[in-house]
Design a protein around this ligand. Structure first.
Ligand SMILES: *Cc1c(COP(=O)(O)O)cnc(C)c1O
Length: 368
């Protein structure tokens, strides 16, 4: 009998499935890399912002040195932008890091973590990695049912994850519902409000989550530079919470969890409103382009507030995998979501107009 290493709860983890890299699809299907369209990881189709590129080039000459472990300049920039003290900020190796740090800091084996059905895959992963007990609350219209989530909190619940907008469904919970939820949650339960797609929200949906951080000492807001800011490959995100929470996250993070190029680039893009506006506009246009095609093809989709759309490509549980394969053969990479319990659906990241058009043409073929 072979030795089994590690705790049962670690061996039970199903690894995160990322979008297929372009090079891998080119190899597998004998395609030219340049002809492949990747709409699978909610990346910014505009590519790296010029402001970030310049900042990285300037920072590159110092790369023999360790990064600033405290990220002083980036925290100063974030502090100014969000009007919070610097000791309310935790920098992360992507906001994924913040989510994991929260699980490590607040949850012991056997204690409960509450999150919604069809919410971000990292919540169950982070929960399982620390031996936490998952309480998955049934979704309502593919989104968070915050009334049911508040009711699901048990005496041993330590953490709640909420993605707003949610990935992979794109659903959005309005500010009033979040606030009503925060009022109900016991103070000893930490609430992570994951706002990875915040910058894509239409102005009328925007709310000031940092105002809630001031009011609720148990709230941790997480943000990322990976999506609207176009820096997914650099891995940089951050959390905002009062010092009691922030202090713990900073104790357990790796000392140099955000590298120097990432720090420099993040500072540069933080106030690059031109790039952000361009991204948001491109996204809004692409959303109309994709959903018009889904309407024309009579495909159901979930109205999305993110930079992606969840679309139902069939009514049998093989549909997602089948259509995904047909798209891959045509050089279009999207995201199957069977692992989320959505085998009839695919998640399509919104791309450049010509990328969206290539996907639509391939989808038409795949369905016929
Ligand atoms: C993409 C995403 C993140 C994190 O991305 P990072 O690249 O780690 O910052 C966090 N939450 C949700 C809901 C996401 O979709």
């Amino acid at each position: 009998m072979s030795i089994q290493y590690g705790p049962d709860y670690v061996r039970a983890i199903a690894p995160y499935q990322s979008g297929k890299p372009i090079a891998e699809v080119a190899r597998e299907f004998g395609l030219d890399e340049a002809s492949i369209v990747k709409l699978a990881s909610n990346e910014n189709p505009l590519g790296i912002p010029e402001s970030a590129k310049q900042a990285m080039l300037a920072a590159a000459s110092d790369i023999a040195r360790y990064p600033d472990a405290n990220g002083f300049d980036l925290k100063a920039a974030l502090s100014a932008k969000y009007d919070v003290p610097q000791d309310w900020i935790t920098l992360g190796n992507g906001s994924n890091d913040i989510l994991e740090l929260a699980a490590h800091a607040f949850v012991q084996p056997g204690q409960a973590v509450v999150y919604a059905q069809y919410s971000f895959a990292v919540y169950p992963l982070a929960t399982q990695a620390v031996g936490g007990r998952a309480i998955e609350v049934a979704a309502i219209n593919y989104g968070h049912d915050l009334v049911a989530m508040a009711a699901a909190i048990t005496a041993d619940t330590k953490l709640v994850f909420i993605a707003n907008p949610n990935n992979p469904t794109g659903t959005f919970v309005p500010a009033a519902e979040i606030e009503a939820f925060l009022k109900k949650v016991p103070q000893q339960v930490v609430v992570v409000l994951d706002e990875a797609y915040n910058e894509f929200l239409a102005p009328e949906l925007q709310y000031e989550s940092t105002a809630w951080v001031r009011q609720y000492p148990n709230l941790l807001v997480s943000r990322t530079f990976s999506k609207a800011y176009g820096l997914a490959g650099l891995r940089v995100g951050f959390g905002i919470a009062q010092p009691a929470i922030t202090d713990l996250l900073n104790r357990i993070r790796q000392p140099f969890n955000v590298n120097s190029l990432a720090q420099a680039a993040a500072i540069a893009v933080l106030n690059d409103t031109e790039f952000l506006n361009k991204s948001a506009q491109l996204n809004a246009d692409g959303y109309l382009q994709l959903t018009a095609a889904f309407d024309a093809l009579d495909l159901e989709y979930v109205p999305s507030c993110g930079n992606f759309v969840l679309v139902r490509v069939g009514h049998d549980d093989g549909a997602g995998a089948r259509v995904n394969l047909a798209l891959l053969k045509q050089g279009v990479i999207v995201r199957p979501v069977a692992s989320y319990g959505l085998p009839q659906w695919l998640r399509i990241s919104i791309g450049l107009p010509q990328e969206n058009a290539a996907f639509i043409a391939a989808l038409q073929k795949a369905l016929s």
